[in-house]
Design a protein around this ligand. Structure first.
Ligand SMILES: O=C(O)c1ccccc1NCC(=O)[C@H](O)[C@H](O)COP(=O)(O)O
Length: 223
């Protein structure tokens, strides 16, 4: 018997076009990410962000991706753009996250057990883990070693990011059992340009794997 799976939250990150908001919503994504990080090929300005927020309102949660702003700057962006949440993707100290409250969550770049241990310093209801790639902040297309984060996923709501794509997301969901998955480059035809088919297959594959994992857990427990 196929049971209702625990929800898997899916974030499609780095949107730059209103048409891609429609693509993400139609595919069944739960969150979209708008990038405000200087130097990112997915960065958008506040005016475009407001347009995308209007298109998304009430249909999908909108997360602003920022790096190394202070808490007042982040608060101003949340208000100006009308974002639902903000993802701190730089080297922010735990105090910055604390000052922002429940609408903010930290993105941690992970390449070693020492990086994973830093998670304990960051509170909040959600934690994103991304790959640590020297000289880059995010959107790298590089995978996180699942063995580094599988235990973390048991004790925290983990949004698994880094190098996911339609071909590998099912295996990542089965292996790590995260609260959610996040993707930027793996569903694009060019930086910031989402590919409708890739987004759709990514979401379908991720949800299929979450269902299979739930069924397997039910089978193991005799439910
Ligand atoms: O995507 C970017 O260009 C980026 C640049 C600087 C900081 C963060 C950035 N993206 C944040 C995200 O949440 C991405 O979805 C995450 O890094 C995963 O990216 P990818 O490996 O390409 O799926």
């Amino acid at each position: 018997m196929s049971r209702t799976p625990p929800p898997l939250h899916i974030k499609i990150c780095g949107l730059t076009r209103a048409s891609d908001v429609e693509v993400a919503v139609a595919a069944g994504a739960d969150m979209i990410g708008l990038n405000f990080v200087p130097g990112s090929s997915r960065r958008i300005d506040v005016a475009l962000a407001r347009t995308l927020v209007r298109a998304a309102r009430g249909r999908v949660e909108v997360v602003g991706v920022v790096a190394d702003l202070d808490s007042l700057e982040v608060q101003a962006l949340l208000t100006d753009v009308g974002l639902d949440r903000v993802q701190l993707h730089g080297d922010e100290r735990p105090e910055v996250l604390g000052a922002l409250g429940p609408r903010a969550f930290k993105a941690l770049r992970v390449g070693s057990a020492e990086d994973v241990a830093l998670a304990a310093q960051y509170g909040g209801d959600l934690l994103l883990v991304d790959a640590r790639v020297p000289g880059k902040q995010g959107g790298t297309g590089v995978r996180v070693d699942p063995s580094l984060v599988v235990e973390l996923a048991r004790v925290r709501r983990l949004l698994l990011a880094g190098g996911l794509d339609p071909d590998n997301v099912a295996e990542a969901v089965r292996g790590v059992r995260p609260w959610g998955v996040d993707v930027a480059s793996g569903v694009e035809s060019a930086p910031g340009i989402k590919d409708e088919r890739k987004v759709r297959v990514f979401v379908d594959e991720a949800r299929r794997a979450a269902q299979e994992a739930a069924d397997a857990a039910d089978g193991a427990s005799g439910a």
